[in-house]
Design a protein around this ligand. Structure first.
Ligand code: GCV
Length: 697
C-alpha cells in the first residue's frame, strides 16, 4: 500500500518527493503514508512480540521520519519498564503513552500501552503527530479512548450492493470468502486502527437471515481473522425472524423458550468460529423489519433474549431505537422516545440502545435526539451517518465534523453540564459500556469513500469516537496535513473549505430547520412538493407543512408538543420562536411567511437569503480549490474540482427548485437582487433519476 518503505532506494524517493504535486495519487493511501519526508530511517525496536506489536513496528518503519532516538515499542507491564513506574490506570485497556524515557540506560522514544492494541494506537498517534506537523523534538502523547465501542456499521448487502453507499460495491467479497482474503481487508483494518476504531458490523441492518447460516459465519470468521491483530472485532446485524426463516421454528417470539434456545445455539455456533465475536446489531419493527412488537413483546424482551444468548461469551447487543410506525398518528419525531423511554432500566446489562443523532433521520441538521439524557439507566450508542445519504452523496463536499461536534456538544439540560457527549461516553450515568457507531461510507472505489474529502468523514468519525470532545477544526487540520502533505497553503485552504461546507449544504437543501425535503426513495435532489407516498411521514409535505400563510412543523404545545420530550429548560427554549436558535426555527415552529427575524428581515427574505448563501458558498469553495491547483497532485485535484462543479450545479438546482415551489405556495415574489429560478416548477417536478446509487431497488 505504501509508496515508500525502507527498501526503496534513496534516489527513487528523492525523485518521487520532487515530483509530488504532479504525481498521480488515486487516494488509496488515505491519510496514511502521505508524509513528504524522505523514508523512515528511525530505529524501531520491540520488546516482546505479537502480531499486533509487529504491525505497530511495521507502521513506524514505513512512514516515521527520522527521530533523534530509537523508538521502543513495549507493553507497560514489560519488566524492562518497571523502573519507570508508569501510570497504567490512566491508560485503561486501550490507551497509550508516547514519551522520551530512559530504558536500560538508553534514551528511547517509548511507545507503550497496557495492551498490544494500546501500543499500536500509540504508534499511530506518533505518526499522526509527526505527519501532521507536530514538533519532533517535543513528543509527549497520552490518550485513552472515551468510548468503549467505536464501531463502523456497514449497510452492505450479501449481493455486494451497499444501501446508501456511494463508493462502489461492498468491500466484502462474500462470494470468494472465506477462501480468498483480499489484501484490501488488511488495509481497511489498518486505516481503522489508525483512528482507534475497534469494531465493525459487517452487514446491513436491513439484514438477511442467511448471514447467520454456517457458510456466512465462516466468511465472517475469515474477516475476523484478518481484523483481529488490528484490535477490531466483528459484529453482525441480525434479522429478528431468523429463527423462523433459517431455524424452522413457527415463531420468533422472544419469550418463547424454543426461540431463546435457538438464539443461544446460534450464538454458541458463532463463538466457536469467532471466539472474540462482538455481538449483534438489531433493527426491529422499523421500516418493515420484523421484531418483538409482532408478538406484542417489547423491544426490551427482544433485546434481552438475544443478549442472554451472547452474554456467556462476553458479547453485547446494540438495539436500534430508530422506530416509527404509520399506525401511530403522532409526530414521527416523537415516536422513538415514546416507545423507548418507558423501557429505561429494563434492558439486560449487555444491551446498548443505539440512537440516531436526531429524531428523524440523518438530515443535514437536526436538533439532538431527545432520548439522549432521557434514559439514564441504559447505555446509549450514538449513531451517526458517515455516508452522505442526505448531504449530496459522495459528490458534494460536506465535512461532517462540525455536525458531529454540534450534536455531541449539545447540553441535554437534564443536569448542569451534561452534554450529549457525556451521555454517550457513559460518564454522565456511570455506565460500563459506551459506544459510537458510524454508518460507513466505504466501498470498493479506489479512494475508498468516493472522494478525497469524504475520507475526512471516516477520519473525523473515528477521531471523535475516540474522544468526543476533540475539535472538528483541529481534526480537519490534522487530516488535511496527513492527506495532502505539509504545504500550509493547501492545509489552510482545505480546512477553510471543510469548515464551511456542511452549513452550505444545510443552506441550499433546507435552511432554518426545514428537513426531509428530498426526492423519494433515492433521496437525490429536491422534492418538497411530494405528497403522494403511501405513508404520511414519507412525504416532504408532512415535514414542512407549508401553506399560503406559513411554513414549519409546530412541535410546541399547540402542535405535536415534541418539545416536551426535552428537559424543561430546553423545552422552554424551544417552545418560543424568539428563543429557538434560527437554525432550528422551522423544526419546532410553524410561522407566518412575514414573521420578523431578529435582524428585521421577514422569514421569507431570510429563507431566500440562506438559499442564495448556500449557492455562493459552494462557488467560493470552488474558487478556493482553484487556488491550490499547482500545489495538489493532478489526480485528486481534478476529481475534486469536477465534483465541486457538480455540487455548484446541484446547489443551484436545489435552490431554484425549492424557491419555485415555495413561491407556488406563498404567492410571494423574490426579494430584490435574488435571481429567478432557471426553470418553472413543473420542470423540476419532472426530473427522474431511476438509477441513482445507494437506493435498494
Ligand atoms: C438501512 C433511512 C435510510 C434507510 C436505512 C434506514 C435505517 O431510512 O433511508 O436506507 O435503512 O434509515 O437507518 O435503518
Amino acid at each position: 500500500m505504501m509508496l515508500f518503505n525502507r527498501r526503496t532506494p534513496l534516489w527513487a524517493c528523492a525523485l518521487l518527493a520532487l515530483a509530488t504535486p504532479a504525481w498521480g495519487n488515486n487516494g488509496y493511501r488515505l491519510w496514511l503514508g502521505e508524509s513528504q519526508d524522505l523514508p523512515a530511517v528511525s530505529t524501531i525496536e520491540m520488546s516482546g512480540d505479537s502480531p499486533t506489536l509487529r504491525i505497530a513496528a511495521d507502521e513506524l518503519r514505513r512512514s516515521l521520519p527520522t527521530l533523534p532516538t530509537p523508538v521502543l515499542l513495549a507493553k507497560a507491564n514489560d519488566p524492562a519498564l518497571a523502573s519507570l513506574r508508569l501510570d497504567t490506570r490512566s491508560m485503561g485497556a486501550e490507551g497509550y503513552r508516547v514519551q522520551r524515557a530512559n530504558v536500560g540506560g538508553r534514551e528511547v522514544m517509548l511507545v507503550t500501552g497496557t495492551s498490544d492494541v494500546g501500543v499500536l494506537y500509540g504508534a499511530f498517534a506518533l505518526l499522526r503527530h509527526i505527519n501532521s506537523g507536530g514538533d519532533a523534538t517535543q513528543i509527549a502523547l497520552a490518550s485513552a479512548p472515551q468510548t468503549k465501542l467505536r464501531i463502523l456499521n456497514h449497510w452492505d448487502n450479501l449481493d455486494g450492493v451497499v444501501e446508501r453507499g456511494y463508493a462502489g460495491q461492498s468491500l466484502w467479497d462474500w462470494w470468494l470468502l472465506p477462501d480468498y482474503k483480499d489484501p484490501r481487508y488488511a488495509d481497511y483494518a489498518r486505516a481503522n486502527a489508525s483512528l482507534g476504531i475497534n469494531g465493525t458490523v459487517l452487514n446491513n441492518v436491513n439484514a438477511k437471515a442467511e448471514s447467520l447460516t454456517a457458510p456466512y459465519i465462516a466468511k465472517a470468521a475469515a474477516l475476523a481473522d484478518v481484523f483481529r491483530p488490528y484490535g477490531i472485532k466483528v459484529y453482525l446485524s441480525v434479522r429478528f425472524s431468523a429463527p423462523i426463516e433459517i431455524g424452522g421454528l413457527k415463531t420468533a417470539d422472544p419469550r418463547d423458550p424454543q426461540v431463546a434456545a435457538w438464539w443461544k445455539a446460534k450464538a454458541d455456533e458463532i463463538y466457536r468460529a469467532i471466539p472474540d465475536f462482538g455481538g449483534f446489531l438489531v433493527k426491529a419493527n422499523s421500516e418493515g423489519q420484523p421484531g418483538p412488537r409482532d408478538y406484542d413483546a417489547s423491544h426490551a424482551d427482544g433485546a434481552n433474549t438475544l443478549a442472554a444468548a451472547v452474554a456467556p461469551h462476553g458479547g453485547i447487543v446494540m438495539w436500534r431505537a430508530f422506530v416509527y410506525a404509520d399506525t401511530d398518528p403522532d409526530d414521527r419525531a416523537k415516536q422513538a422516545y415514546t416507545e423507548f423511554k418507558p423501557l429505561d432500566g429494563t434492558f439486560a446489562d449487555n444491551v446498548l440502545v443505539q440512537v440516531k443523532n436526531g429524531a428523524i433521520d440523518f438530515q443535514p441538521r437536526e436538533p439532538f435526539h431527545p432520548l439522549f439524557g432521557a434514559m439514564p439507566k441504559t447505555p446509549l450508542v450514538m449513531e451517526f451517518q458517515i455516508t452522505k445519504e442526505y448531504l449530496g452523496f459522495a459528490t458534494h463536499l460536506a465535512y461532517l465534523g462540525p455536525m458531529f461536534e454540534e450534536v455531541l456538544d449539545a447540553e441535554t439540560g437534564v443536569r448542569r453540564g451534561e452534554t450529549v457527549a457525556s451521555v454517550v461516553t457513559g460518564k454522565a450515568d456511570g455506565h460500563r459500556l459506551s459506544g459510537m457507531a458510524g454508518v460507513a461510507n466505504i466501498g470498493r472505489d479506489r479512494d475508498w469513500s468516493g472522494s478525497t474529502f469524504n475520507q475526512a468523514n471516516w477520519y473525523v468519525f473515528g477521531r471523535m469516537a475516540w474522544d468526543p470532545t476533540l475539535s472538528s477544526e483541529a481534526i480537519a487540520r490534522e487530516w488535511a496535513a496527513q492527506t495532502f502533505g505539509k504545504d500550509p497553503v493547501v492545509i489552510d485552504t482545505a480546512v477553510a473549505m471543510m469548515m464551511r461546507s456542511r452549513e452550505a449544504v444545510v443552506d441550499y437543501t433546507g435552511p432554518l430547520g426545514l428537513a426531509h425535503l428530498f426526492a423519494s426513495g433515492h433521496h437525490y435532489g429536491p422534492g418538497p412538493w411530494i405528497s403522494d407516498l403511501g405513508r404520511p411521514e414519507w412525504n416532504p409535505v408532512y415535514y414542512h407543512r407549508a401553506d399560503r400563510n406559513g411554513i414549519g412543523f409546530d412541535r410546541t404545545r399547540t402542535g405535536s408538543n415534541a418539545v416536551a420530550q426535552y428537559a424543561p429548560s430546553l423545552a422552554k427554549r424551544y417552545a418560543n420562536p424568539k428563543t429557538t436558535p434560527a437554525e432550528d426555527l422551522l423544526w419546532f415552529h410553524h410561522l407566518p411567511w412575514d414573521y420578523k427575524m431578529p435582524d428585521g428581515k421577514t422569514l421569507w427574505e431570510e429563507m431566500v437569503h440562506r438559499y442564495d448563501r448556500g449557492v455562493s458558498e459552494v462557488r467560493a469553495m470552488r474558487a478556493q480549490w482553484a487556488t491550490v491547483k499547482s500545489r495538489v497532485d493532478a489526480e485528486r485535484w481534478e476529481k475534486t474540482d469536477t465534483y465541486l462543479g457538480i455540487q455548484e450545479r446541484e446547489a443551484l438546482w436545489w435552490r431554484d427548485a425549492s424557491l419555485a415551489y415555495w413561491m407556488s405556495i406563498n404567492g410571494l415574489s423574490l426579494p430584490a437582487g435574488s435571481a429567478a429560478p432557471q426553470h418553472d416548477l413543473e420542470w423540476y417536478k419532472q426530473q427522474r433519476f431511476p438509477f441513482a446509487p445507494g437506493n435498494p431497488q
